[in-house]
Write a protein that binds this ligand. Structure first.
Ligand code: ZN
Length: 268
Protein backbone atom coordinates (compact mmCIF):
# COMPACT_ATOMS: atom_id res chain seq x y z
CA UNK A 1 0.00 0.00 0.00
CA UNK A 2 1.41 3.37 -1.06
CA UNK A 3 0.39 6.15 1.31
CA UNK A 4 0.44 9.82 0.31
CA UNK A 5 0.57 12.76 2.74
CA UNK A 6 -0.82 16.20 1.95
CA UNK A 7 -1.06 19.28 4.19
CA UNK A 8 -2.76 22.51 3.06
CA UNK A 9 -4.55 22.33 -0.27
CA UNK A 10 -4.03 25.53 -2.21
CA UNK A 11 -5.40 24.68 -5.64
CA UNK A 12 -8.35 22.35 -6.16
CA UNK A 13 -7.77 22.18 -9.94
CA UNK A 14 -4.25 20.78 -9.51
CA UNK A 15 -5.48 18.49 -6.76
CA UNK A 16 -8.21 17.12 -9.02
CA UNK A 17 -5.64 16.48 -11.77
CA UNK A 18 -3.59 14.42 -9.32
CA UNK A 19 -6.69 12.50 -8.20
CA UNK A 20 -7.56 11.72 -11.83
CA UNK A 21 -4.03 10.38 -12.33
CA UNK A 22 -4.32 8.24 -9.20
CA UNK A 23 -7.70 6.83 -10.30
CA UNK A 24 -6.24 5.89 -13.66
CA UNK A 25 -3.04 4.22 -12.45
CA UNK A 26 -3.83 3.06 -8.90
CA UNK A 27 -6.69 1.74 -6.82
CA UNK A 28 -7.24 4.34 -4.08
CA UNK A 29 -9.10 3.32 -0.93
CA UNK A 30 -12.73 4.15 -1.69
CA UNK A 31 -15.47 5.43 0.59
CA UNK A 32 -16.57 2.67 2.99
CA UNK A 33 -13.69 0.42 1.92
CA UNK A 34 -11.53 -1.08 4.67
CA UNK A 35 -8.04 0.52 5.04
CA UNK A 36 -6.45 -2.90 4.57
CA UNK A 37 -8.68 -3.99 1.68
CA UNK A 38 -6.56 -6.05 -0.68
CA UNK A 39 -8.31 -4.49 -3.69
CA UNK A 40 -6.83 -1.06 -2.85
CA UNK A 41 -3.17 -0.11 -3.26
CA UNK A 42 -3.12 3.60 -2.46
CA UNK A 43 -4.22 5.64 0.53
CA UNK A 44 -4.52 9.41 0.77
CA UNK A 45 -3.77 11.03 4.14
CA UNK A 46 -3.84 14.70 5.07
CA UNK A 47 -2.11 16.10 8.16
CA UNK A 48 -3.10 18.96 10.49
CA UNK A 49 -6.79 19.38 9.57
CA UNK A 50 -6.44 22.71 7.79
CA UNK A 51 -9.77 24.18 6.62
CA UNK A 52 -8.50 24.11 3.04
CA UNK A 53 -9.09 20.35 3.12
CA UNK A 54 -12.79 20.92 3.75
CA UNK A 55 -13.17 23.64 1.13
CA UNK A 56 -10.90 22.36 -1.64
CA UNK A 57 -10.00 18.67 -1.31
CA UNK A 58 -13.15 17.17 0.20
CA UNK A 59 -15.44 18.14 -2.75
CA UNK A 60 -12.98 16.54 -5.19
CA UNK A 61 -12.64 13.33 -3.15
CA UNK A 62 -16.43 13.12 -2.86
CA UNK A 63 -16.79 13.47 -6.62
CA UNK A 64 -14.50 10.45 -7.20
CA UNK A 65 -15.87 8.43 -4.23
CA UNK A 66 -12.39 8.32 -2.64
CA UNK A 67 -11.79 8.07 1.09
CA UNK A 68 -8.92 9.71 2.98
CA UNK A 69 -7.63 9.97 6.52
CA UNK A 70 -7.67 13.49 7.92
CA UNK A 71 -5.36 13.80 10.94
CA UNK A 72 -6.57 16.61 13.21
CA UNK A 73 -4.97 18.48 16.12
CA UNK A 74 -7.66 18.22 18.80
CA UNK A 75 -7.01 21.43 20.76
CA UNK A 76 -7.49 23.46 17.56
CA UNK A 77 -10.86 21.98 16.47
CA UNK A 78 -13.76 24.42 17.04
CA UNK A 79 -11.35 27.31 17.79
CA UNK A 80 -9.69 30.26 16.08
CA UNK A 81 -6.26 29.23 17.35
CA UNK A 82 -3.48 29.22 14.74
CA UNK A 83 -0.97 26.42 14.05
CA UNK A 84 2.15 27.16 16.12
CA UNK A 85 4.45 27.33 13.07
CA UNK A 86 2.21 30.00 11.55
CA UNK A 87 2.58 31.99 14.77
CA UNK A 88 6.37 31.97 14.39
CA UNK A 89 6.04 33.47 10.90
CA UNK A 90 3.49 36.00 12.14
CA UNK A 91 5.67 37.32 14.96
CA UNK A 92 9.11 36.95 13.36
CA UNK A 93 8.34 37.59 9.69
CA UNK A 94 8.14 35.01 6.96
CA UNK A 95 11.83 34.30 6.37
CA UNK A 96 13.02 34.46 9.97
CA UNK A 97 9.91 32.60 11.17
CA UNK A 98 10.43 29.83 8.65
CA UNK A 99 14.03 29.35 9.79
CA UNK A 100 12.92 29.37 13.41
CA UNK A 101 10.40 26.56 12.77
CA UNK A 102 13.32 24.21 12.00
CA UNK A 103 15.26 25.27 15.05
CA UNK A 104 12.25 24.98 17.37
CA UNK A 105 11.48 21.45 16.16
CA UNK A 106 14.74 20.34 17.77
CA UNK A 107 13.93 21.91 21.16
CA UNK A 108 12.37 20.21 24.16
CA UNK A 109 8.62 20.66 24.26
CA UNK A 110 8.86 22.86 27.37
CA UNK A 111 11.31 25.23 25.70
CA UNK A 112 9.10 25.43 22.58
CA UNK A 113 6.00 26.24 24.62
CA UNK A 114 7.66 28.92 26.75
CA UNK A 115 9.28 30.53 23.68
CA UNK A 116 5.87 30.82 21.96
CA UNK A 117 4.23 32.14 25.12
CA UNK A 118 6.94 34.76 25.41
CA UNK A 119 6.51 35.82 21.76
CA UNK A 120 2.76 36.34 22.25
CA UNK A 121 3.21 38.32 25.45
CA UNK A 122 6.09 40.53 24.29
CA UNK A 123 4.61 41.40 20.89
CA UNK A 124 2.56 44.53 20.27
CA UNK A 125 0.70 42.67 17.53
CA UNK A 126 -2.81 41.38 18.27
CA UNK A 127 -3.08 37.63 18.96
CA UNK A 128 -3.13 35.72 15.65
CA UNK A 129 -6.47 34.16 14.79
CA UNK A 130 -7.04 31.37 12.25
CA UNK A 131 -10.20 29.62 11.13
CA UNK A 132 -10.12 25.96 12.19
CA UNK A 133 -12.48 23.12 11.33
CA UNK A 134 -15.59 22.65 13.42
CA UNK A 135 -17.08 19.42 14.74
CA UNK A 136 -20.01 19.90 12.35
CA UNK A 137 -17.66 20.04 9.34
CA UNK A 138 -15.74 16.99 10.59
CA UNK A 139 -19.00 15.07 11.05
CA UNK A 140 -20.17 16.02 7.57
CA UNK A 141 -16.90 14.68 6.15
CA UNK A 142 -17.02 11.52 8.25
CA UNK A 143 -20.55 10.84 7.01
CA UNK A 144 -19.21 11.11 3.45
CA UNK A 145 -16.45 8.55 4.07
CA UNK A 146 -13.50 10.59 5.37
CA UNK A 147 -11.77 9.07 8.42
CA UNK A 148 -11.18 11.71 11.12
CA UNK A 149 -8.09 10.59 13.03
CA UNK A 150 -5.50 11.50 15.64
CA UNK A 151 -2.62 13.99 15.09
CA UNK A 152 -2.11 14.64 18.85
CA UNK A 153 -3.60 17.40 21.02
CA UNK A 154 -1.17 20.31 20.41
CA UNK A 155 1.20 19.05 17.67
CA UNK A 156 4.46 18.84 19.67
CA UNK A 157 7.44 16.82 18.47
CA UNK A 158 6.90 13.45 20.16
CA UNK A 159 10.63 12.70 20.36
CA UNK A 160 11.05 15.96 22.34
CA UNK A 161 8.32 15.23 24.90
CA UNK A 162 8.67 13.85 28.42
CA UNK A 163 6.57 10.77 29.29
CA UNK A 164 4.22 13.10 31.23
CA UNK A 165 3.78 15.37 28.21
CA UNK A 166 3.07 12.36 25.98
CA UNK A 167 0.40 11.23 28.44
CA UNK A 168 -1.27 14.65 28.32
CA UNK A 169 -1.17 14.73 24.51
CA UNK A 170 -2.62 11.27 24.02
CA UNK A 171 -5.13 11.22 26.87
CA UNK A 172 -6.62 14.48 25.56
CA UNK A 173 -6.60 13.69 21.85
CA UNK A 174 -7.96 10.15 22.24
CA UNK A 175 -10.70 11.25 24.64
CA UNK A 176 -11.84 14.18 22.47
CA UNK A 177 -11.91 12.13 19.25
CA UNK A 178 -13.71 9.28 21.01
CA UNK A 179 -16.32 11.64 22.47
CA UNK A 180 -16.96 13.12 19.01
CA UNK A 181 -17.30 9.63 17.52
CA UNK A 182 -14.15 9.86 15.38
CA UNK A 183 -11.12 7.51 15.07
CA UNK A 184 -8.55 8.09 17.87
CA UNK A 185 -6.94 4.70 17.25
CA UNK A 186 -5.44 5.87 13.94
CA UNK A 187 -2.50 8.23 14.49
CA UNK A 188 0.05 10.24 12.53
CA UNK A 189 3.20 11.46 14.33
CA UNK A 190 3.40 15.28 14.24
CA UNK A 191 6.22 16.08 11.80
CA UNK A 192 6.79 12.32 11.68
CA UNK A 193 8.97 12.44 14.80
CA UNK A 194 8.75 9.12 16.59
CA UNK A 195 10.70 7.40 19.36
CA UNK A 196 10.71 4.07 21.21
CA UNK A 197 9.12 5.81 24.19
CA UNK A 198 6.33 7.40 22.18
CA UNK A 199 5.53 4.15 20.35
CA UNK A 200 5.03 2.42 23.70
CA UNK A 201 2.75 5.28 24.78
CA UNK A 202 0.65 4.98 21.59
CA UNK A 203 0.04 1.32 22.40
CA UNK A 204 -0.97 2.24 25.94
CA UNK A 205 -3.66 4.54 24.53
CA UNK A 206 -5.07 1.89 22.20
CA UNK A 207 -3.61 3.31 19.00
CA UNK A 208 -3.25 0.45 16.54
CA UNK A 209 -2.03 2.28 13.44
CA UNK A 210 0.67 4.97 13.37
CA UNK A 211 1.92 6.77 10.27
CA UNK A 212 5.42 8.16 9.75
CA UNK A 213 6.52 11.01 7.50
CA UNK A 214 9.57 9.45 5.92
CA UNK A 215 8.96 9.84 2.18
CA UNK A 216 9.09 6.09 1.58
CA UNK A 217 6.92 3.42 -0.01
CA UNK A 218 5.91 0.37 2.08
CA UNK A 219 7.51 -2.49 0.19
CA UNK A 220 6.35 -5.25 2.51
CA UNK A 221 3.46 -5.15 5.00
CA UNK A 222 4.73 -2.48 7.44
CA UNK A 223 4.94 -2.58 11.22
CA UNK A 224 1.48 -1.24 12.25
CA UNK A 225 3.07 1.59 14.26
CA UNK A 226 5.63 2.54 11.58
CA UNK A 227 3.73 2.94 8.32
CA UNK A 228 5.70 4.85 5.71
CA UNK A 229 4.24 7.72 3.70
CA UNK A 230 5.28 9.69 0.63
CA UNK A 231 5.24 13.50 0.80
CA UNK A 232 3.34 15.38 -1.89
CA UNK A 233 1.61 18.72 -2.36
CA UNK A 234 -1.25 19.78 -4.58
CA UNK A 235 1.27 22.01 -6.38
CA UNK A 236 3.75 19.17 -6.97
CA UNK A 237 4.25 19.19 -10.78
CA UNK A 238 2.91 16.09 -12.55
CA UNK A 239 6.38 14.83 -13.63
CA UNK A 240 7.53 14.97 -10.01
CA UNK A 241 4.28 13.50 -8.71
CA UNK A 242 4.84 10.47 -10.95
CA UNK A 243 8.50 10.23 -9.91
CA UNK A 244 7.53 10.28 -6.22
CA UNK A 245 4.87 7.59 -6.72
CA UNK A 246 7.35 5.40 -8.61
CA UNK A 247 9.62 5.34 -5.55
CA UNK A 248 12.53 6.76 -7.53
CA UNK A 249 12.36 10.17 -5.91
CA UNK A 250 13.03 8.53 -2.52
CA UNK A 251 16.04 6.70 -3.95
CA UNK A 252 17.69 9.64 -5.68
CA UNK A 253 16.90 12.19 -2.98
CA UNK A 254 19.83 11.31 -0.65
CA UNK A 255 22.20 11.97 -3.54
CA UNK A 256 20.92 15.40 -4.41
CA UNK A 257 22.73 18.35 -2.92
CA UNK A 258 19.61 19.98 -1.60
CA UNK A 259 17.99 16.84 -0.24
CA UNK A 260 17.74 18.18 3.28
CA UNK A 261 16.31 21.46 2.08
CA UNK A 262 13.79 19.81 -0.22
CA UNK A 263 12.32 17.42 2.32
CA UNK A 264 12.67 20.07 5.00
CA UNK A 265 10.53 22.51 3.09
CA UNK A 266 7.77 19.94 2.69
CA UNK A 267 7.64 18.85 6.33
CA UNK A 268 5.12 20.15 8.85
ZN1 ZN B 1 1.31 17.89 11.28
Amino acid sequence: MTVLTYHKIADEVNFERQIQYLCKHYKPVLVNQNLSDSKANLLITVDDGDTSFYYKAFPVLKKYNISAILFVVTNLVNTQKPFWWDELQYYLGKEEGNKKVWEVKGWTNKKRESYLKNLREKSSKPILKYEQLTTAQLREMQDAGIIIANHSHTHPMFDQCTPEELEVELSNSTKILKDFGFSPEIFAYPNGNSSVQSEAMLKKYGINKAYLFDHKINKTPPHPHRISRLIVNDNTPMWKFKLILSGWHTRILPFTRFAGKLTGRLKK
